[in-house]
Design a protein around this ligand. Structure first.
Ligand code: ZN
Length: 321
């Protein structure tokens, strides 16, 4: 079900209504201390819904340790921006949010980044037919205008040979046919790194991996059943293809190009999270808005440190590695 911004506006028209929903989604009926998980609490501020824990004496609210922590923006505006962002299938730049909502660019950017962090889902366990492939991100903005085609992995031409060995950011991706996608920035596409990713995100039993003939993938055979597509001969032979993951890469790249123009390497993981979420919910028929909020409210101290200073830290935040 689409998340209709007008419905959100009507249903969550004031701070109280929004807070009630957040509390319901995070705690159900029992308010629980994020610090010690006990539920003997006392209300400190009934309007702002602030509590103090009788066990550990910590003050908290439904915002504590979530993307909403420390925000000064009213929740109805947050909710509307979330609805806007969820509906923008190819992405929405902070400037666009600014224009829609009449807020400053700084606020729009802050909220947009936090919304992306809230899209981090628990380990998706892929199984069945799993396609694995990598793609390269980067290149300067002007390259788009010059028509240089290496923004998409291409099989023609030796130089552009699927981008391997370039100095761009390499991202490995796995997708379950008719299922979810999971990506990860991997500096070196070695067997060891790819295997680690495979082990984290896929179930080996009853699964089959489809890749191209890149050496590092060949070596995964010792771990999981694998089919190989030979790109120089054909794009697909029956079920042996990597069209789904390649479709995902073009979805992401077209989205970034169209909506964000240029993004920094540092925050690429967060943009990937956004496109993963959108891809993974493309057939979702229930209330995506509430599902998103529930996911974003998950008690996760890592979210607290969202202002990561380096690529490494962003990666740590996103991938817990
Ligand atoms: Zn406590």
């Amino acid at each position: 079900m689409a998340t209709n911004i007008r419905e959100i506006q009507l249903k969550y028209s004031n701070q109280q209504k929004c807070l009630n929903l957040l509390e319901k989604l995070r705690w159900g009926k029992t308010v629980t201390c994020p610090n010690c998980d006990k539920n003997k609490i006392r209300v400190v501020d009934p309007l702002k819904k602030r509590y103090i824990c009788k066990s550990c004496n910590e003050q908290f609210s439904v915002f504590t340790d979530t993307i909403f922590e420390g925000t000064l923006l009213e929740l109805p505006i947050w909710f509307q921006i979330i609805a806007l962002v969820l509906n923008a299938k190819s992405g929405m730049a902070a400037n666009e949010i600014k224009r829609h909502m009449g807020i400053t660019y700084k606020t729009a950017y802050y909220v947009a980044m936090r919304i992306r962090i809230g899209m981090l889902e628990d380990c998706t366990c892929l199984n069945g037919i799993i396609e694995m492939d990598e793609s390269y991100f980067g290149g300067k903005h002007r390259q788009f205008h010059r028509g240089i085609k290496d923004e998409h992995p291409t099989i023609s031409g030796v130089e552009l040979k699927r981008g391997r060995g370039t100095n761009k950011v390499s991202v490995a991706g796995m997708v379950q046919r008719k299922g979810k996608v999971k990506t990860k920035i991997i500096e070196k596409l070695t067997k060891r790194n790819l295997l680690a990713m495979l082990k984290t995100y896929a179930k080996k039993e009853n699964s089959i991996l489809v890749t191209d003939g890149f050496r590092s993938y060949k070596e995964l055979e010792k771990y999981i059943d694998r089919l190989e597509i030979n790109h120089s001969k054909a794009f697909s032979k029956g079920i042996v293809h990597v069209n789904t993951i390649e479709g995902f890469w073009s979805y992401v790249k077209n989205g970034i190009r169209g909506s964000y123009k240029v993004i920094s390497k540092k925050y690429l993981p967060l943009y990937l999270l956004e496109y993963e979420w959108k891809f993974n919910h493309r057939f979702y028929r229930c209330n995506e808005f509430e599902k998103y909020l529930k996911n974003a409210l998950k008690h996760d101290k890592a979210l607290h440190n969202w202002k990561a200073e380096s690529t490494q830290q962003v990666k740590k935040l996103v991938y817990n590695q």
